[in-house]
Design a protein around this ligand. Structure first.
Ligand SMILES: Cc1ncc(C[n+]2csc(CCOP(=O)(O)OP(=O)(O)O)c2C)c(N)n1
Ligand code: SF4
Ligand SMILES: [Mg+2]
Length: 351
């Protein structure tokens, strides 16, 4: 059995959000991942973010590839649309679904094997096209599902559980996303819910390609000394550049911040992101500076986390292609067959 259904009974006094849903309404089946797997904490963060954003579950489409990480959509948002695609092919399926119906919130969930090896070509093109989505890579540096081979994000010199040394250079997904033009780029840690939940909320509200690289330790195959994706390593080397508070439209910023330490970002729906700067020299609106900073800190063995880059005026694939707003399945015959005269005019424009 690959999943266990949760009992449907809810406690009658569970708190409800503005839409009348309890947190339980955003859960899925009982997880069958290893106890302590970072991926389960990411599922919990996604559940919390959707509950707090008052999202109607039927407005979300969750898509994934193959891997332990790609199994996780079974364990959250059980009342949402879901598509478990082929290994590394989630981005193209998500792009197609998004083009057909832009009214849903698209959540792509993938692994470092799924996105940085077999699916790398798919990953880069959905980023550079600006598909409006939240793309989460649950990054553990190994192929967990197939028993712990090094993945392409494993750091050079890091050791496997049996002591083998990885001699290949690592692909940094955050650097790639920045270089490819993603308009929201973040890195977080599955063990830091305070940081991850607001990042997921902000990514959902962002219109454009939002990428979150979440270091998510694999307790079965990559949580030993010598691994750079273990709980201990990430806790010791985590350098958070900022902390977020996410405020819905019209809510005022009440947090008590030191002057100069706060950067506010207004999202397309009027909601606000309050970014508390932990590093004075870090500007989340400067793509090139972000890449330089990441490269410098990476050379020191540090794992930089937080909202690393956000574009002030993002544009997505629909805006670039000037597509129709109505979902394709709601277009009637009059829209789809505008008649001979319109066809003649169109053909003439191409001659
Ligand atoms: C076309 C294809 N090639 C290879 C596999 C075998 N396979 C399954 S999952 C996986 C890697 C999963 O790694 P990752 O995406 O990092 O997920 P994790 O299990 O670590 O969360 C591989 C190589 C497959 N299922 N399909
Ligand atoms: S094998 Fe690793 S990635 Fe897969 S469920 Fe277990 S701990 Fe998680
Ligand atoms: Mg992996």
């Amino acid at each position: 059995m690959t999943y266990l259904a949760k009992p449907k009974l809810h406690h009658p006094t569970l708190p409800k959000n503005k839409r009348g849903y309890t947190r339980r309404d955003y859960e899925g089946a009982i997880s069958t991942l290893c106890a302590g797997c970072g991926h389960d904490s990411i599922s919990t963060a996604i559940i919390q973010a959707c509950f707090e954003l008052d999202i109607e579950p039927h407005r979300v489409a969750k898509l994934s590839g193959i891997g332990c990480s790609s199994k996780t959509p079974t364990y959250f948002l059980g009342n949402s649309h879901g598509f478990n695609s082929v290994h590394g092919r989630m981005p193209s399926v998500l792009t197609g679904a998004n083009l057909a119906n832009r009214e849903l919130i698209y959540l792509g969930v993938s692994g470092d094997g799924d996105s940085a090896s077999i699916g790398l070509g798919q990953f880069v093109h959905c980023m550079r096209r600006g598909v409006d989505m939240v793309y989460v890579v649950e990054n553990n540096g190994v192929y967990g599902l197939t028993k712990g081979q090094f993945s392409a994000t494993a750091d050079r010199g890091s050791k496997s559980k049996k002591g083998a040394v990885n001699t290949d250079a690592a692909i940094d997904m955050v650097m790639l996303a920045l270089q490819l033009g993603a308009t929201f780029v973040a890195r977080s840690f599955s063990g830091d819910k305070q940081q991850l939940v607001p990042l997921v909320k902000a990514a959902i509200e962002h219109r454009g390609a939002a990428f979150i690289d979440v270091i998510s330790p694999c307790v079965a195959f990559n949580n030993h000394p010598g691994s750079t994706k273990s709980y201990d390593y990430v806790r010791e080397h985590n350098e958070a550049v900022n902390r977020l508070d996410f405020m819905p439209p019209r809510a005022s910023i009440t947090a008590d911040y030191a002057p100069g330490a706060l950067v506010t970002v207004t999202m397309h729906d009027g909601s606000t992101l309050a970014l508390r700067k932990l590093r004075d020299d870090y500007d989340p609106h400067d793509r090139v500076a972000a890449m330089n900073y990441l490269a410098e800190r990476d050379a020191q063995g540090e794992v930089v986390t937080g909202l690393l880059y956000v574009e002030r005026e993002p544009e997505d694939l629909h805006a670039n292609l000037n597509t129709v707003e109505t979902p394709l399945n709601q277009l009637g015959e009059r829209d789809l067959c505008p008649g001979n005269a319109a066809l003649e005019k169109f053909n003439a424009s191409l001659r």
